[in-house]
Design a protein. Structure first.
Ligand code: FES
Ligand SMILES: [Fe+2]
Length: 530
């Protein structure tokens, strides 16, 4: 990347790292007594120590000479910006706490005995003014943090672009050492131009075994009644889930040990699944406990580790020992789940994830549904302050996260159902939360679990047939995508690269592909994960 362009574009905030005009020590002058009282409190509450005893980073600001910085210097400066903002915010909180202590002290009944009402009123008025000043300072700090994070995210985007360019340039260099004719030279020259591309071309291959070593949600709990079963395909193998006598779910192969009849065509009785052909019965761990009309043999079919949490049933399809139970996929507090929908789709799960992690397509693709009437912004960006797999869209009030191995979580700010509004998600009064789980079924099939939650209109849950209406909406939106993604898949199968030329708004999709690529290569440290 051009360092000059970078620094110029960023307008590197040198002043940002310099001491603020609002000097904390000066601000506290004359309050040593309060500080002493507070320090006694601190002695009792050691946990506060860690919060406030943070070294002032201003003495360590990197000093670079020259008008323009290279990218590493810029990142270093940005890092100090963030450290300074953090330190400043802690001092602001400390100031407010000290002032609150002081208020308590002034209002102390013992103090009233030796202070006149007039003195107390005067002291309280002064404290009020100081508190107001401290709160103003907090707002300034908040704005600084937001600006610093935005700049950091932007820089990160530039660095990522650079990494992508390096990656494709390396690939090109490998091919450019062949002997050249003039026609070849031109071809090589053309290919030498740095292009940003990933290679995700077809045909769609079988899933890499490393992708199996994760917990996968496969069904909503509410869909699995005591006497029902759910057949699923996962990594090209047929499985069936049902509940045992204890009510806990189990996942066993959906193929009878006797003569390979699909078990899900049978029934569940007393916690066992019965094959519809000759009546053999299996428990949730795959043990055959009944073989009518013959002597019972010692037979066990394959089963997978399985658990149920927060309304979902999860399995571990990999060969490695199962990892710890993953974090909940429930919406944040304040949200109510309104719809849980399952769909079987004729596309590879990676292509579906690419689609879900992309919002820039909305005003072009979803013109009959949620993006009807949306204007096309001059610039769409996905900002990732945490350098990971989550961030927010600009200019849309939407936060989004890719959660490995196959989940997308998003929170959409809305003013009234169906209408987007506001600068960012937090500024919107009402929100819709979505979970998409894209379970890899087979090479060109995905089992999609969709959960939709709202933090408003709780009564909608009780409107009759609302579930059907939500399903209808979800299918309409998905169909708008599906015809395009099916088309991509067809071209991919004929060798087209579906990530031929990613641009800045493709950041999250590209990160998913880089994460998956590293996983399949067996990288020790996966990118974008802590
Ligand atoms: S095939 Fe299942 S019992 Fe015979
Ligand atoms: Fe879409």
């Amino acid at each position: 990347m051009n360092a000059i362009a970078t620094a110029a574009a960023l307008s590197v905030p040198i002043s940002f790292c310099r001491p603020s005009k609002l000097d904390f020590n000066k601000g506290l002058r004359g309050r040593f007594r309060v500080l002493a009282v507070f320090r006694e409190e601190l002695g009792k509450k050691n946990e506060w120590d860690a919060l406030f005893h943070v070294e002032d980073p201003r003495s360590k600001v990197p000093q670079y000479k020259g008008k323009f910085f290279d990218i590493y210097q810029v990142l270093e400066v940005a890092r100090y910006d963030i450290q300074y903002c953090d330190w400043r915010a802690r001092q602001d909180v400390l100031t407010i706490m000290l002032l609150h202590e002081k208020v308590v002290e002034v209002l102390n009944p013992l103090a009233r005995e030796y202070k006149s009402i007039g003195t107390m009123k005067k002291e309280l008025a002064e404290l009020q003014e100081e508190l107001a000043q401290a709160h103003r300072q907090v707002h300034i700090s908040e704005a600084r943090v937001a600006t610093a994070l935005d700049k950091l995210a932007y820089m990160e985007e530039l660095v990522n672009d650079r990494l992508l360019q390096d990656r494709s340039t390396t690939v090109v260099d490998q091919t450019s050492s062949s002997p050249s004719t003039s026609a070849q030279s031109m071809d090589v020259e053309k290919r030498r131009l740095p292009r940003k591309g990933l290679n995700v071309s077809g045909p769609v291959e079988s899933y890499h075994p490393r992708l199996k070593n994760f917990w996968y949600p496969i069904a909503f709990s509410s869909d699995l009644k005591d006497d029902t079963m759910i057949p699923i395909e996962c990594f090209e193998e047929p499985w069936v889930i049902f509940r045992g006598n204890d009510g806990k779910p189990g996942c066993i192969q959906n193929t009878c040990a006797h003569r390979a009849c699909p078990l899900h065509l049978g029934s569940v009785n007393e916690g066992r699944i019965q094959c519809p052909y000759h009546g053999w019965e299996y428990t949730t761990d795959g043990k055959c406990e009944k073989m009518p009309s013959t002597r019972l043999l010692n037979v066990k079919i394959k089963s997978l580790p399985c658990f149920e949490k927060d309304g979902m049933i999860w399995i571990w399809p990999g060969n490695e020992p199962p990892a710890a139970i993953p974090p909940s996929l429930l919406p944040p507090s304040g949200f109510e789940i309104h719809a849980e929908i399952v769909m079987e789709l004729p596309i590879e799960h990676g292509l579906l994830l690419d689609n879900l992690l992309d919002l820039a397509h909305a005003p072009f693709t979803h013109t009959s549904t949620f993006a009807k009437g949306w204007s096309v912004p001059s610039l769409v960006k996905f900002l990732t302050p945490a350098s990971g797999l989550q961030g927010y869209w600009d200019p849309y009030p939407i936060d989004m996260e890719f959660r490995p191995p196959c989940m997308v979580l998003s929170t959409i700010g809305i003013s009234k159902p169906g209408k987007l509004e506001g600068q960012n998600t937090k500024q919107c009064a009402t929100h819709l939360h979505q979970l998409h789980v894209c379970l890899p079924s087979s090479k060109q099939k995905t089992r999609l679990l969709y959960r939709m939650s709202l933090d408003f209109a709780p009564l909608l849950k009780h409107v009759p047939l609302m579930q059907y209406l939500w399903r209808h909406f979800a299918e309409q939106v998905l169909n708008e995508d599906l015809r395009l993604v099916v088309g991509q898949q067809e071209r991919m199968n004929k060798g087209a690269n579906v990530w031929n030329l990613p641009v800045s708004y493709d950041k999250l999709g590209v990160r998913y592909r880089l994460w998956r690529d590293a996983l399949e290569r067996g990288a020790k440290q996966l990118p974008f994960t802590k």
